[in-house]
Design a protein around this ligand. Structure first.
Ligand code: HEM
Length: 507
């Protein structure tokens, strides 16, 4: 099977593009390897790529944009496994995702657009109430994807996600792609740079100083057991992260479809229940992007102001303890365990994986170690929800997301470009945000929200002996600055879009 060669240097990539289309490598989808139909961001996550740039594009001329899509198709990175040898030579990656208005602009007819879920059709700004995006985080103040400005929702059609191992790789890739936009009938509305931050050991960290990217669901049938640290639960059904597969309810929900007459090249599979329609969603997914600005100075000031409540023999240790209680893990990523008031130490030479196999029900039901209302325990309560560990695990498994976030730091500030992949935005990302992170009554608490990511969480109760501690006055450490809901089509679906016939497409 031929695959795009991402080890090519930009010069070779340019030379490659000068070849007539029939001589270029085209992505061939191997039916025995579904990974080859899935965009790379889903299964790879690109942890080895430390730089990225996301181009925010508008489709101005649909027919040119479809030709552009035909041209860049061979360059789209897929989730096909690469051998470790190939991986070391792997320098850049390219993925692309579309908003609902982007699919419309590209020519998908209304009948097909109507098969997308409501929250995706509405877009992120319309969901501000559910997401808690108010005041400073309101959509009219966003840098992109909001309700005003040049890259506002409706105008924003396409997200071109370019990753590279170094900023230099990304700059040449961006320059290369910018040159092709005009001819491709596309206009750049803006862009967002991002760069991974690493600690001395090379682990990925975020701006508040914590190890990140640790807890990820494994997916049944796809790269199971290939993760650094085993997840705390068995692999999750693929239908939670990919459309067209069985999910944790033992159902294969309807996914977006198109009338079969549009599929002139026979690219898509027919729907089993309606042969006059074709599967457009299969092997695709939804991507939630949120530019979350982190107010690191306020976070540090907060730790300083409240350190007397904390445990530790130095000011630094006290602040580290308090920060860890907000997050639910030590800054090193190690889990918080009852009775341990300092992070475990490991000899530098000792290679160890950070534990992700823990539950709370048996050893930490009341949150003496990891507070019930901390960020990670809200974001994934694991086995701790009533009435039983078994049911709790079942519920938690239905609300997992694949996290693909990457830090940024630019003249607008610094923060996290939060990127989540899920098959059902309302049931997964939005549920997490609304019912767990932003819910004042989560875990039987009263008026306490996620202390880290929500807007003015108020307070955090820390059960401890002999009396519980209550941290008051938790300010807003994170402000929402832009984002959107995107569809990440399969390679087949991209091919279909690229070949939509103008007479059928609504230009
Ligand atoms: C600036 C904002 C955020 C920061 C700095 C942040 C940081 C972190 C860190 C350091 C961890 C622990 C390490 C790990 O497991 O990878 C974590 C875990 C997690 N976060 Fe966030 N996060 C942010 C926003 C969010 C949002 C908005 C959501 C969902 C709506 C979310 C969902 C999760 C989930 C699901 C986990 C894994 C929990 C687990 O399985 O243990 N995070 N986050």
């Amino acid at each position: 099977m031929s695959r795009p060669d991402h080890s090519r240097t930009p010069v070779l990539q340019r030379a490659h593009r000068l070849l007539p289309p029939f001589l270029r490598k085209r992505p061939r989808i191997d039916p025995r390897r579904p990974q080859s139909d899935i965009q790379g961001l889903v299964l790879h996550g690109y942890k080895i790529m430390d730089a990225a740039c996301f181009l925010l594009l508008r489709i101005e001329e649909p027919s040119k944009a479809r030709r552009w899509l035909r041209e860049i198709l061979p360059e789209v990175t897929t989730s096909s496994d690469k051998s470790s040898e190939q991986r070391s030579a792997w320098k850049t990656s390219l993925n692309l995702a579309l908003t609902w208005s982007g699919l419309k602009a590209l020519g998908l007819p209304q009948a097909a657009l109507d098969t997308f879920p409501t929250e995706f059709q509405e877009g992120m700004p319309a969901r501000a109430d559910i997401l808690g995006d108010s005041d400073e985080s309101a959509p009219d103040k966003w840098d992109f994807g909001g309700s005003s400005g040049p890259a506002q929702q409706g105008e924003l059609h396409l997200l071109l996600m370019l990753y590279g191992t170094t900023p230099k790789e990304v700059s040449s890739l961006v320059a290369e792609h910018r040159r092709r936009l005009e001819e491709g009938g596309l206009r750049e509305l803006g862009s967002q740079q991002a760069a991974r931050m690493r600690n001395a050991e090379g682990g990925i960290v975020e701006h508040f100083g914590f190890r990140d990217g640790l807890s990820q669901p494994q997916i049944q049938g796809f790269r199971e057991g290939k993760h650094e640290a085993p997840d705390h639960t068995d692999a999750i059904k693929p239908g939670e992260f990919l459309l067209g597969y069985e999910n944790e309810y033992a159902e294969t929900p309807d996914s977006p479809s198109v009338p079969a007459t549009l599929d002139v090249k026979g690219t898509l599979s027919p729907r089993a229940d309606r042969p006059d329609w074709k599967e457009f969603g299969r092997d695709g997914s939804f991507v939630v992007v949120r530019k979350l600005q982190q107010n690191v100075e306020d976070f540090q000031r907060f730790l300083e102001a409240h350190k007397e409540l904390a445990v530790g023999d130095t000011d630094e240790r006290k602040k580290q303890w308090l920060a860890a209680k907000l997050m639910g893990r030590w800054p090193s990523g190690e889990p918080l365990r009852p009775g341990e008031d300092a992070p475990p130490t490991h000899a530098r030479s000792e290679k160890h994986w950070i534990d992700n196999s823990f539950g709370f029900n048996e050893k930490d039901p009341d949150g003496y170690g990891c507070p019930v209302a901390s960020h990670i325990r809200r974001a994934n309560p694991r086995d701790s929800l009533p009435p039983s560990a078994e049911l709790s695990l079942q519920v938690s498994r239905r609300h997992r997301i694949l996290r693909r976030g990457i830090t940024y730091s630019d003249d607008t500030g610094k923060g996290m470009l939060f990127i989540a992949i899920n098959a059902n935005i309302a049931r997964q990302f939005e549920f997490l945000q609304q019912t767990w992170l932003n819910n004042g009554k989560f875990g039987g608490r009263y008026d306490e929200r996620d202390p880290l990511t929500t807007h003015g969480a108020g307070r955090l109760t820390l059960p401890s002996q002999p009396v519980r501690r209550c941290v008051e006055g938790i300010a807003r450490f994170v402000t929402m600055k832009g984002g959107g809901y995107f569809f990440l089509p399969s390679l087949r679906a991209l091919e279909f879009l690229a070949h939509l016939e103008p007479k059928q497409a609504v230009s």
